[in-house]
Design a protein around this ligand. Structure first.
Ligand code: FAQ
Length: 333
């Protein structure tokens, strides 16, 4: 349904008694909390699941630069512009750590990036929405980076060492991003009537897509059971979504903004907020490539790749020349 059905080879979760000796030893290591490292034996399905998730995550960071890049030239002050530039550069860095983490699993960066450019693999649904006002930049930091941290903090403890370690630094940086976003929205919320209206309008447009970032409901999440067994996922899509709502609603209240959900209500019994139904048809449409900006985002990435050809060629030619010069020097010595 939402899945591209990249075959990770797993039809259902196996019990220990159904596993081969190698698989059982592997699962017991995971159950004991021992990290799996790049050179360790691992089931093919574990490797494919990680390549799928880590590369989608990397693509999200890279495509995720585009909605914000739209506002670099229009940031309201020099300080805001410098902060936004630093944030966007951080996202590029996150993409690079993640591509490196994927490479430890035996794929090349060109392979996985080629799959993004051909439209074969996904990136996060959230980056297919437009940024139409400065308030959107604050709201992305507040909600989108906020949702990203909620999802990524548990990933710092996931079973695959290179992914878990990459997430530690990413989460520290995302935390700064979330704060800068909240700071922008705070300035608007404390500003003129028109600025408050902009902040509310941005919250209205980004709230539901932010909740969709956590993925389909647990009952429809095709990969969750296996990823939980392998401790790639430590909390489910719905658990993380609920934690995000519980954390974010008081932040909106503090700003004097209204979360655009008439059914949102604190539930004394559960100790959580109840919230309204998510429009999963919208999520499916966006993931299928029919969101407001899908085509534009992919076109921009393909164009950037094509425009960079001369530079990649130059780097390769330079590397070849250096290697030849070094070989000649070695022969002469
Ligand atoms: N968008 O069975 P599940 C960021 C797909 S980083 C698109 O539940 P899984 C930083 C899913 O891939 C944001 N597709 O899948 C930033 C699967 O399809 P497949 C990205 C989605 O993997 C901030 C199918 O649905 N973060 O924001 C989405 O167990 C600001 C079935 O779903 C990560 O990637 C979606 N929202 O759980 C940058 C974190 N949700 O692959 C710039 C790592 C689900 O079979 C500016 N990833 N799908 O074709 C994860 O934690 C997991 O992959 C989930 C999905 C939780 C996203």
């Amino acid at each position: 349904m939402y899945a591209q059905m990249i075959d990770t080879g797993m039809k259902r979760v196996q019990g220990l008694d159904e596993m081969s000796a190698e698989e059982r030893t592997f699962q017991e290591r995971i159950d004991a909390g021992i990290k799996i490292e790049a050179k360790d034996w691992m089931p093919d399905g574990y490797r494919r699941t990680l390549v799928r998730q880590i590369s989608q995550h990397a693509h999200s960071e890279i495509v995720g630069q585009l909605p914000e890049g739209n506002w670099v030239t229009r940031a309201p002050t020099l300080k805001r512009k410098a902060i936004l530039l630093a944030k966007i550069q951080d996202e590029a860095g996150h993409g690079l750590y993640l591509y490196s983490a994927a490479e430890t699993l035996g794929v090349t960066r060109d392979q996985v990036y080629g799959d993004l450019l051909s439209g074969k693999v996904k990136y996060s649904s959230i980056f297919n929405y437009p940024t139409t006002s400065w308030a959107d930049i604050g709201t992305i930091g507040w909600l989108v980076d906020g949702a990203a941290i909620m999802n990524q903090i548990p990933l710092c403890r996931c079973s695959y060492g290179p992914y878990a370690r990459a997430m530690v630094r990413v989460c520290k940086e995302e935390s700064f991003h979330q704060r800068q976003g909240y700071d922008i929205v705070m300035a608007l919320a404390c500003g003129t009537i028109e600025q408050r209206r902009m902040a509310q309008d941005a919250l209205n447009r980004w709230w539901w897509p932010a909740l969709m970032m956590f993925g389909p409901p647990d009952g429809d999440s095709v990969h969750s059971a296996q990823s939980a067994q392998w401790k790639i996922k430590l909390l489910s899509n719905d658990e993380l979504r609920q934690k995000f709502v519980d954390q974010t609603v008081p932040q909106a209240e503090y700003l004097g903004l209204t979360v655009p959900d008439p059914e949102l209500k604190w539930n004394e019994d559960t100790g959580h907020y109840d919230f309204g139904a998510i429009d999963w048809q919208e999520f499916r449409d966006v993931v299928a490539g029919n969101g407001p900006c899908n085509r534009d985002r992919l076109r921009t990435r393909v164009q950037a790749w094509d425009d960079g050809a001369w530079f990649r060629d130059g780097l390769l030619a330079h590397a070849q020349k250096r290697a030849q010069a070094q070989a000649a020097a070695a022969r002469a010595a």
